[in-house]
Design a protein around this ligand. Structure first.
Ligand code: HEM
Length: 183
């Protein structure tokens, strides 16, 4: 006897959609909390606002915060498929601004790490985060320059015939261009 009821199928199919949304809510909530509680004071360029730890390094922290602000506000928009599909120019320009923010904020994070004066381990950890930030942004840029990205699934420009969806990817062998619909 088949013990799997037909009602369990939709809930199982819904899980893969639910998980990314939950992850997004968590990530955006943490980012919003950080932006509200930690950032505003550094937009006021005074010794009192920065405090003794950061004021001597304000010439690193201010560009870091401004670049970081750009990146953290724009970055999530780059994952919004509706913007990619309907407003590709907006997506391209926001991507350029995002990369500029990461370059400015990332380079300044090295200045902050080098001047932190806590311990060498702490400074190395901060610098490692800077390397990770710039590397992931560089990987995204390289993928764009090589047009190595998957188009939106609902992109109307994709041709669909005989169960095969054409996924144009320049620089790939022609035999690897399509993939079959599941089911
Ligand atoms: C992965 C990317 C990032 C790296 C590697 C990084 C690196 C750093 C470093 C090295 C410091 C100094 C810490 C210290 O000296 O103790 C710092 C502080 C700070 N960063 Fe970032 N940061 C990143 C992303 C961001 C973003 C997106 C923002 C958004 C505006 C931001 C805003 C700040 C602020 C406000 C501080 C002062 C922290 C405090 O008040 O405790 N950072 N960051």
């Amino acid at each position: 006897m088949n013990s799997v009821s037909s009602q369990s199928v939709p809930s199982q199919a819904g899980m893969p959609r639910l998980l990314p949304r939950v992850a997004w809510v968590i990530v955006l909530s943490v980012a919003a909390f950080f932006l509200v509680t930690r950032v505003p004071r550094y937009l006021v360029l005074t010794a009192q606002s920065y405090g003794p730890y950061f004021w001597p390094r304000s010439s690193w922290l201010l560009p870091h915060v401004l670049g970081g602000l750009l990146a953290i506000l724009i970055g999530p928009l780059q994952f919004w498929s509706r913007i990619r599909r309907d407003h590709i120019q907006v997506h391209r320009w926001s991507g350029r601004v995002y990369l500029a923010g990461v370059v400015v904020g990332g380079i300044a994070s090295f200045g902050l790490a080098a001047t932190s004066q806590v311990t060498l381990t702490y400074a190395a950890g901060l610098a490692g985060l800077g390397v990770a930030w710039l590397t992931t942004a560089g990987m995204a840029l390289a993928a764009v320059l090589h047009r190595n990205f998957a188009p939106a699934v609902d992109d109307p420009q994709l041709r669909c015939h005989d169960g095969v969806r054409d996924v144009p990817r320049r620089g790939r062998p022609s035999g690897s261009q399509g993939h079959r619909h599941q089911g």
